[in-house]
Unconditional design. Structure first.
Length: 116
C-alpha cells in the first residue's frame, strides 16, 4: 500500500536552514506530482509547495516563496523540502502527499520548530 515517511524536522534558528525528506513506496513515484503541506494546532492543513511528476513545474505558497524549495529524486522515490531563512511562523507539522489519488495519502509528519 501507499506509504509516505517524512523525516528531517527539528529545532532550527530563524535564518538557518533545514531539509525535510519524504520517502515514498507502494506506488509508481514518477507518475505522481508530490506536495508538502503543513498544519499547526487549531489550523487547517495548508499547501506549502507542490511539484509535478518530472520535477519541472513547481508552485509555492506566497508565504514561503523565495525561501523554500521543493525537489525530488525519482530514482530514490524521495521528495525534499529545503527550508532556508525559516521564520517562527513556519513552526508547524509538515506532511508530504502524492497528487492524483482519490484519497490523499499522508505520512505521520515531521515537526519543525523555528525558535532562537
Amino acid at each position: 500500500q501507499v506509504q509516505l515517511v517524512e523525516s528531517g524536522g527539528g529545532l532550527v534558528q530563524p535564518g538557518g536552514s533545514l531539509r525535510l525528506s519524504c520517502a515514498a513506496s507502494g506506488f509508481t513515484f514518477s507518475d505522481h506530482g508530490m506536495s508538502w503541506y503543513r498544519q499547526s494546532p487549531g489550523q487547517d492543513r495548508e499547501l506549502v509547495a507542490t511539484m509535478n511528476n518530472v520535477g519541472n513545474v513547481t508552485r509555492y505558497a506566497e508565504s514561503v516563496q523565495g525561501r523554500f524549495t521543493i525537489s525530488r529524486d525519482n530514482d530514490k522515490n524521495t521528495v525534499f523540502l529545503q527550508m532556508n531563512s525559516p521564520k517562527p511562523e513556519d513552526t508547524s507539522m509538515y506532511y508530504c502527499t502524492a497528487v492524483g489519488f482519490l484519497l490523499k495519502p499522508w505520512g505521520q509528519g515531521t515537526q519543525v520548530t523555528v525558535s532562537s
